[in-house]
Design a protein around this ligand. Structure first.
Ligand code: SF4
Length: 267
């Protein structure tokens, strides 16, 4: 694997890599300390709002290829942590991702993971990996809405029953490392009723909600919330007693923000 191009915005540095067999994946260096790496070439989940899965899944990356994205850049960037949240669904390549997490930990790095929980066997393995935080990307609470957002998914009931079983095995400080991710799309998953259902889910499992903003991607006609609407959603959950975090500006950047990475960028 080699770096073939670097793109910069005022906030992020995006690196395009080419694999030995000619595929491309991307990593983003953000907040001046973290590297968001890819775990697959493409993605089988094909979320409505995300550019990464638009061409489906080409192949899994090996643990070495996931690690290599860091290894190729560590000499020139002050990387303190890694997020396995770039292109790909980590649960769908769980064995290799768990090995990569172990490799990152040996380097003394903090590692976080984002997953939709698909497939469940992979999700089960990721829960138990030595990561420092895992975000379960929920994006909608009703199964009907989830089918609209995800190309493939596991039911929320199965995901949270897996999580609940795991929570019984671990300490409360370990439990705090798990949060719910919810990307807000106007008119799709932002109604009063949907936010209430999200708040109830978070309260039930005592999890923080990370409310993510939608970043426009080419060829997709979706709309994000205005800043005011986004704050209203935040306040609504806060009023329910839920701990909420908002997307920082690095995650809202058109270059390298959530959902913007692709295996098909023109270089
Ligand atoms: S958001 Fe994640 S799981 Fe969904 S298509 Fe993009 S890379 Fe895949």
């Amino acid at each position: 694997m080699k770096v073939i191009k670097e793109l910069k915005s005022p906030l992020n540095r995006l690196f395009i890599f080419e694999t030995y067999d000619g595929y491309r994946v991307e990593s983003v260096f953000y907040k001046g300390e973290r590297l968001c790496v890819s775990s697959q070439v493409g993605c089988p989940v094909r979320c409505l709002f995300c550019a990464s899965g638009k061409k489906g899944l080409k192949r899994n990356l090996t643990a070495e290829e996931v690690f290599k994205q860091y290894e190729l850049l560590k000499g020139e960037l002050p990387i303190k942590g890694v997020a396995v949240a770039g292109i790909g669904e980590p649960s769908a390549n769980a064995d290799e991702v768990v090995k990569a997490i172990e490799m990152f930990k040996k380097e003394g790095l903090k590692v976080t993971v984002s997953t939709t929980g698909y497939p469940l066997e992979g999700f089960r393995k990721l829960l138990r990996a030595p990561h420092d935080g895992l975000t379960v990307s929920v994006h909608a609470v009703s199964e009907e809405k989830r089918r609209q957002i995800f190309g493939v998914s596991v039911s929320l009931e199965d995901i949270f029953s897996e999580l609940e079983n795991y929570f019984f095995e671990v300490s409360s400080s370990r439990r705090k490392k798990f949060q719910i991710g919810y990307l807000l799309i106007k008119g799709v998953n932002d109604s009063e009723e949907e936010l209430r259902a999200l708040g109830e889910l978070a309260r039930k499992y005592r999890m923080t909600v990370m409310l993510m903003a939608y970043n426009p991607i080419p060829g997709v006609e979706l709309e994000g919330l205005t800043d005011e609407e986004y704050e209203q959603a935040f306040l609504k959950l806060r009023e329910m007693g839920v701990r909420v975090t908002l997307s920082n500006r690095f995650r809202r950047d058109p270059l390298g923000g959530c959902g913007t990475l692709t295996i098909a960028r023109e270089v």
